[in-house]
Design a protein around this ligand. Structure first.
Ligand code: ADP
Ligand code: MG
Length: 290
């Protein structure tokens, strides 16, 4: 019977690490016509590495010291990259106070009596002027698929840190599989437009860049307004509203507690190809009982 086939589908999925919270989720998954993916930690491995330290008014070692002070205690992927690099360079971060993460922008706080900010060039430009020469340096790093975070101190821009996060090894194949099933694929990211375009072109999907968490929600709603049945796949860091808005919110392996609470489904092994597999499973079950 119908409920028996659905129950069998749910347990077949669970055995392969494809968790669906009930029959209604399995049913909707079979009808998905568009999927919005987060970039960091979803299409990419989420383990960026610091590739360049570009000194400006402060030298490289001081840039890393101040950045590490701000990032101590943060679990953002870029924070972990910076802390790992600081540790490798045997840098001890001084304490920072009134430290505050700003979703989609960066982190700010007070270090050694000075108010400082580390974050996206867009957010940094609202705090201090970025010269055309600095912008050209940032653009060149972005064209290499790197994300740049700008350190702003009292006298202005103190320098940059560039980080690269490799794509998950099965991302190209997983996305091609979805396209073969007639599903539209979009990449959502808070990262800058140039890095997003480089990454999306390599993976073969549509980039939507420089988004704040609220913008991701708006894009999911806009796709739904086009008549599409939308799944959102993410690690859930700052992205819970978009996950909740989607017809099916899918948390990618290693997601935060927030994501797993908000998500309708989860893929535990963190492979992009788990998404087409879950859709194929759902279509199979729904086809069988129709
Ligand atoms: P994504 O959508 O790719 O997960 P986020 O919304 O988390 O990106 O962050 C957007 C941008 O804000 C990053 O590309 C980075 O430039 C900046 N940013 C956010 N958090 C931090 C942080 N803790 N340290 C440095 N930069 C950050
Ligand atoms: Mg994020």
């Amino acid at each position: 019977s119908t409920p028996a086939a659905i129950a069998a589908g749910l347990s077949a999925g669970a055995r392969r690490g494809l968790l669906m919270k009930g029959g209604a989720v399995l049913e909707t998954l079979g009808k998905i016509t568009a999927i919005a993916f987060d970039k960091t930690g979803t299409l990419t491995a989420g383990k960026p590495v610091v590739t360049d330290v570009v000194a400006g008014t402060r030298d490289a070692s001081l840039l890393l010291t101040l950045a590490a002070a701000l990032e101590t205690g943060s679990s953002h992927p870029l924070a972990l990259a910076i802390l790992a690099r600081a540790e490798a360079d045997k840098i001890t971060a001084p304490p920072s106070s009134a430290t505050q993460a700003i979703a989609g922008e960066g982190v700010e706080g007070e270090v050694g009596g000075e108010r400082i900010f580390l974050g996206s060039p867009l957010a940094a430009a609202r705090r201090a002027p970025i010269t055309p020469a600095q912008d050209a340096t940032i653009a060149a790093l972005n064209a290499e698929g790197k994300t740049v975070s700008v350190l702003v101190v009292e006298e202005g821009v103190a320098g940059f840190l560039a980080m690269r996060d490799e794509a998950r090894p099965d991302a190209v194949q997983g996305l091609a599989d979805l396209k073969g099933r007639g599903i539209r694929t979009v990449m959502l990211t808070g990262d800058n437009r140039r890095t997003a375009e480089a990454v999306a072109a390599a993976l073969g999907l549509e980039p939507r860049a420089e988004l704040l968490p609220q913008d991701k929600l708006v894009i999911v709603k806009a796709l739904q307004a086009e008549g599409l049945v939308v799944a959102k796949v993410g690690d859930g860091i700052n992205d819970a509203p978009a996950l909740a808005q989607a017809d099916v919110g899918i948390a990618m392996g290693g997601g935060t507690d927030v994501a797993l609470e908000t998500a309708d489904a989860a893929v535990l092994h963190g492979r992009v190809r788990d998404i087409p597999d879950m859709i194929a499973l759902s279509r199979g079950v729904m086809g069988n009982i129709r």
